[in-house]
Design a protein around this ligand. Structure first.
Ligand code: NZQ
Ligand code: ZN
Length: 399
């Protein structure tokens, strides 16, 4: 196991009805909130009214910023930060999915620094990201997730899109850890089947990426990861079939948080090449993150992991998909087939062509994946150095 430091400072309130505490929790960190939401779901489901009622009860002033789109844009973050400054907000509350929480975190940083958020992004040619990252300071953040997927509710990252340059990448740092997160599984009852499935595919990917690419001597983390992977499989379909099944929704939500809070991947190192590839697809075609991940994963397993670390895929096969095959190469193949079966079962098995992505753009997007994520090198890290040609081959096989 590699040396590691984990820091998990977010106070988590989990369970039925916990959303009613939103005002009481947020007023511990400020006196006027910028309440950040997506464009429609929180109004339709009524949860926005419930949060506002709890603010009123706690005598917490607020300004609503309800303009966050999926795959949130830097321009939206800059608008939110301007409003937070003009209104003298001193705490940021995010109510929504990963996009809303990520935008809120970025707003919390940009409000304090008074800089455009693009200054923090790696692809900015001005090169300011090196001096600004990791982000040390931001306004206090409180998250209230309404969708189980990203784990953004309790981690220190945020993923943004600078649409003009088609860059989608992460920013992060200790300043972005939410002070508190309110995880009320009932808020996820209204998530439609397609986003429930995309979220499950995202959770699954957060768990397998470092498990397959990182240090192989972290058995505690391996077993934690396998347990969380099994839970994802066990409860995703249940939540799709029975959207108000409390156990299914609560297990999925808690799994999404645990998958990316630092415990499962501690002591492994490892890399997230599938995320790097998917972020390029979303940056150019605005597709759902989880769906993009599920489209490219089978080809990535087939072309990269099955060749480089068949024994790790075999372990996944045995400990997650209950496959009893003893030969590693055969078990690795069966893991890929089992994964595809699960994707089909939850409805995320698809192709890049289905997403209306142009075949003629694949080579450009492979090059862009390297440009944004390679740190000046002609590859992205993984079980081997993945070049633009390797990435193009994965995209082609996923088409
Ligand atoms: O936007 P609204 O109107 O709120 O509707 C959303 C959106 O249309 C809807 N939704 C959310 N909760 C709902 C609901 N609909 C009905 N009932 C509810 N309770 O679902 C749609 C998708 O929401 P979104 O927030 O975009 O999805 P997700 O949570 O998957 O977040 C995706 C974003 O997070 C980034 C992704 O790249 C993407 O930009 N990620 C962030 C990470 C992080 N901060 O740690 C890590 C991830 O790997 C990921 O990259
Ligand atoms: Zn993800």
């Amino acid at each position: 196991m590699l040396n590691f430091t984990v820091h998990m400072p977010t106070r988590i309130h989990f369970g039925k009805g916990e959303v009613e505490k939103a005002g009481e929790v947020a007023c511990q960190y400020g006196t006027k909130a910028l309440l950040v939401t997506g464009r429609s779901s929180t109004k339709k489901t009524g949860v926005l009214d419930r949060v506002i009622a709890s603010f009123t009860q706690a005598k917490l002033a607020y300004v609503l910023f309800d303009r966050v789109e999926s795959n949130p844009r830097t321009t939206t973050v800059d608008d939110g930060a301007r409003i937070a400054r003009e209104e003298n907000c001193d705490v940021i509350v995010a109510l929504g999915g990963g996009s809303t929480m990520d935008a809120a975190k970025a707003i919390a940083a940009a409000t304090l620094s008074n800089r455009p958020i693009y200054d923090y992004m790696r692809g900015n040619p001005a090169g300011t990201a090196t001096e600004l990252l990791p982000i040390q300071e931001a306004l206090p953040i409180v998250t209230i997730p309404t969708l189980a997927a990203t784990g953004s509710e309790a981690n220190s990252g945020a993923v943004l899109t600078h649409w003009d340059t088609k860059e989608k990448s992460g920013i992060g740092g200790p300043g972005l850890f939410p002070r508190a997160a309110i995880l009320d599984p009932e808020l996820t009852y209204t998530v439609p089947a397609s986003y429930t499935a995309d979220g499950a595919a995202d959770i699954f990917t957060h768990l397998y990426e470092a498990y397959l690419t990182g240090d192989e001597h972290a058995n505690v983390q391996d077993e934690i990861t396998e347990g969380l992977l099994r839970n994802t499989i066990m409860y995703a379909k249940k939540a799709i079939d029975e959207p108000t099944h409390y156990e299914a929704r609560s297990h999925l939500l808690w799994t999404s948080t645990l998958a990316l809070i630092g415990i499962a991947n501690a002591g492994r190192g490892g890399s997230f090449p599938v995320h790097a590839m998917e972020h390029t697809l979303s940056a150019h075609y605005d597709i759902s993150h989880g769906r993009g991940l599920s489209i490219i994963t089978p080809a990535y397993f087939e072309q990269v992991i099955k060749k480089d670390r068949p024994h790790r895929l075999a372990r996944l096969a045995r400990n997650v998909f209950h496959i009893t095959e003893q030969n590693d190469e055969c078990a690795a193949q069966l893991a890929i087939e089992a994964l595809i079966d699960w994707y089909k079962e939850i409805g995320v098995y698809s192709t890049l062509a289905d997403m209306n992505i142009k075949e003629s753009d694949l080579a450009m997007m492979a090059d862009e994946t390297i440009r944004i994520n390679g740190g000046g090198r002609p590859f992205i890290p993984g079980t081997h150095e993945l070049t633009a040609e390797d990435i193009l081959n994965i995209f082609k096989a996923s088409y």
